[in-house]
Design a protein around this ligand. Structure first.
Ligand code: HDE
Length: 716
């Protein structure tokens, strides 16, 4: 008889930790009443069985440390079903990442209708003020892989799934109201060009390379989007501070069957705020999960981010009068022309329990709409209606992806679709076809279509459209590629314009093909001569010839709503302020400042050279972060309360000097005591409206001091 070896002390310890009641949360898989599988976290499950580790078929496991061996030093046996099942499942844990928008962060919340609009739409969620429904939101970057950093220069996805009582409505938008291309036909080309280059596999999550700008230079329709992409919109401070847009023109349809066009907007309650490029690059190193962490921590702390849902509603008569086509996703409708009317509020109030099960497996479908909302003929939207359904099969592996809890509607759903891979429902009875007359024999005949309450497509066609013709063609006004690009650029503050020009210089400086650079600058000449000149000067190239425009641009009235800086909110709400202290710092002064920040709904974060208990004047203080691991790029403003001795010691530390240098360079408020002056001098910080004494901090707050920027960096 082979005798089993006594467990080694290490094994023994590990075994004890994993015994029932060892405090580890375990997953129990059980069959629910409806025959469907339920997974319950054992921690919330009172049953005694929940504490026992089992395999996926319910067999209790006696040893989770050692595989089954032929003898103490022999080979592992194929018979070991416990090991094989565990490794088999692990081997298949990853699923294909999204082809675009692979990197994302999600959260649950609630949507509330704040203004009923039954005259405009019969959508159930807009019938009564106060009506609510659960939502799930996934924010994302576009170009990088699932493990890429959070702060590249990139568009942010803003995808909302509203679980309404008439089915799921997915508003799958971005944080920019326009798009690169007009027709779905060009999407694979666009994405191939921006992703890592095909031969070399880099750069990851970056548009600053040859293939992207080659494509862009040849696609003048992208120029409006390029203005947005090169603006500070693509380097947001927080996902809680981005706008969301449905981008396409949709339809609202009321009970009488009357339809109006609509554009959807999400307006962040915390205001729109961005970082600077230098800051975004440094954040990528300091905290690659900066946005994911920020969202998670805010929700965890009960600071629930919220957005107002706004609609721009207009009719055919308005559409016909515009110098652009409302079906063209490279165009926006200025808020000055059609104001945004707020009709609801979305609040994100719950983090996911499991990132994979929820954020990774959530499947958004622009084709998910509800009665009262309909599509338009935007050729980009029309292409998306196919793509998303199709991609989910490849990503989630089954046509039954709608049964995954995060994707399932929260209202009942019944139909005759059956079987398929990973079917988890157990439909009963014989009725799996329709029509049937099984009910006449007393059997359950299943559900039937409902002409009254079912989704019916808005029937009227555009008068300007002849559906009898099959054409591969774009409507005439789609050819105006520059008027709105110019409108956007000219609506920015001078400082924002300089950011756009500098971003273009940076991106094109990474382009190695001279003719590609020249072509892009030649396209910029169609937007604004001064912009093109600045970019050419920044690259030290001759101003290239103007590229030919398919249609001459027209001058449009500028729109203040398009600028972040013109609408900047001075609030401290949701912002994070770092307070630097060290041994001997005055605890009372730190407590007072912390209290002031918190009473203005900001967060105070204590930074010190060491994190454990530090002796300060008036007690001991623990830091939230170590100085070297908490660079100032992670905060909206910084403050410093030190002793002269500590300030002197820190002035020899790169991390401390850089802390102030960056805060200053990123135009942030620096509140400091007298002792800190030594450090500020070393960091080259000059006195200005944003470099203030500690007791002046509250009046200055976390706003950025853009006037300083010309002193700290050369902008194009
Ligand atoms: Fe997407 N897009 N897209 N897109 N998109 C995807 O669907 C696609 C477009 C957007 O958090 C994919 O589930 C085509 C515009 C977001 O899960 C894919 C076209 C806008 C997300 C796809 C577009 C978006 C996606 C990849 C041109 C703003 C992330 C994985 C016709 C209005 C959703 C997936 C999430 C994801 C296709 C253009 C937003 C491949 C073909 C315009 C926010 O189906």
């Amino acid at each position: 008889m082979p005798k089993s070896p006594p467990p080694s002390p290490a094994n023994d310890q590990a075994l004890r930790e994993h015994q029932p009641g060892g405090g580890q949360p375990k997953i129990e898989v059980s069959r629910g009443n409806g025959g469907e599988l339920h997974q319950n976290l054992a921690s919330g499950d009172k049953s005694a069985d929940a504490a026992f580790l089992t395999d996926n078929f319910g067999h209790r496991i006696s040893d989770n440390q050692n595989s089954l061996r032929a003898g103490e030093r022999g080979p592992t046996l194929l018979e070991d079903f416990v090991l094989r099942e565990k490794i088999f499942h692990f081997d298949h844990e990853r699923i294909p990442e999204r082809i675009v928008h692979a990197r994302g962060s999600g959260a649950h919340g609630v949507f509330e209708c704040t203004k009923a609009i039954p005259g405009l739409t019969k959508a159930s969620i807009f019938q009564k003020e106060g009506a609510t429904c659960p939502v799930f939101v996934r924010f994302s970057t576009v170009a990088g892989g699932a493990g890429s950093v959070d702060t590249p220069r990139d568009v942010r996805g803003f995808a909302v799934k509203l679980y309404t009582d008439s089915g799921n409505w997915d508003l799958v938008g971005n944080n920019i109201p326009v798009f690169f291309i007009q027709d779905a036909m060009k999407f694979p080309d666009l994405v191939h060009s921006v992703k890592m280059e095909a031969d070399r596999g880099y750069p990851q999550a970056a548009s600053a390379h040859d293939t992207f700008w080659d494509f862009i230079g040849l696609m003048p329709e992208a120029m409006h989007m390029i203005m947005w992409a090169m603006s500070d919109r693509t380097i947001p401070r927080s996902l809680r501070m981005i706008e969301g847009f449905g981008v396409h023109t949709f339809r609202l349809v009321n009970e009488k069957g009357e339809g109006k066009f609509v554009k959807f907007h999400w307006k962040p309650v915390l205001g729109v705020q961005s970082t600077t490029w230098d800051e975004a690059v440094k954040i990528a190193g300091a905290d690659p999960d900066f946005h994911r962490r920020d969202l998670f921590e805010a929700i965890d702390a009960g600071d629930f981010p919220a957005w107002d849902l706004g609609v721009q509603v207009f009719d055919e008569a308005f559409a016909e009068k515009q110098p652009y086509d409302v079906l063209d996703a490279t165009k926006l409708i200025p808020e000055e022309d059609i104001p945004v009317e707020i009709v609801g509020r979305m609040t994100l109030n719950r983090n996911v329990d499991n990132f994979f099960a929820e954020t990774e497996q959530v499947a958004f479908l622009p084709s998910n709409i509800i009665p009262g909302i309909d599509f338009s003929n935007d050729p980009l939207l029309q292409g998306r209606l196919f793509s998303y359904l199709d991609t989910q099969k490849s990503r989630l592996g089954t046509t039954n992806f709608h049964q995954i809890p995060i994707n399932a509607p929260k209202c009942p759903f019944h139909n005759f679709q059956r079987d398929g891979m990973t079917q988890t429902l157990v439909p009963t009875g014989r009725a799996n076809y329709e029509p049937n007359s099984l009910a006449e024999a007393g059997e359950n005949g299943g559900p039937r279509a409902s002409a009254e309450t079912g989704f019916s497509t808005f029937t009227a066609n555009d008068e300007r459209n002849d559906p009898a013709q099959k054409l591969r063609i774009r409507a005439e006004l789609f050819a105006d590629h520059f008027s709105q690009a110019r409108l956007f650029y000219l609506s920015q503050t001078e400082n924002e314009q300089a950011h756009i020009a500098s971003a273009l210089v940076f991106e094109l400086s990474k382009v190695a093909l001279d003719h590609v650079r020249a072509r892009v600058v030649g396209q910029l000449r169609n937007i604004d001569g001064d912009l093109a000149t600045r970019v050419a000067a920044g690259l030290a190239i001759d101003l290239p010839a103007k590229e030919k425009a398919a249609r001459a641009p027209v001058d449009l009235k500028t729109s203040d709503a398009l600028s972040i800086q013109k609408n900047a909110d001075d609030t401290m709400e949701g912002r994070k302020v770092a307070i630097l202290f060290a041994e001997g710092s005055d605890k009372a002064a730190i407590d007072k400042l912390k209290g002031d920040i918190e009473s203005a709904d900001g967060t105070a974060f204590l930074v010190a050279p060491k994190v454990g208990g530090i002796k300060v004047k008036g007690g001991t203080l623990k830091a939230d972060g170590q100085l070297a691991g908490s660079p100032s790029v992670l905060f909206d403003a910084v403050a410093s309360i030190l002793t002269e001795e500590q300030a002197k010691a820190l002035s020899g530390q790169g991390a401390a000097v850089q802390w102030f240098m960056d805060a200053y360079g990123h135009c942030k408020t620096i509140a400091h005591d007298e002792a800190t002056q030594l450090l500020l001098d070393k960091a080259g910080v000059e006195k200005d409206g944003g470099v203030v004494a500690i007791d002046e901090f509250e009046s200055v707050g976390t706003r950025r001091h853009w006037v300083r920027e010309a002193r700290v960096r050369d902008l194009a």
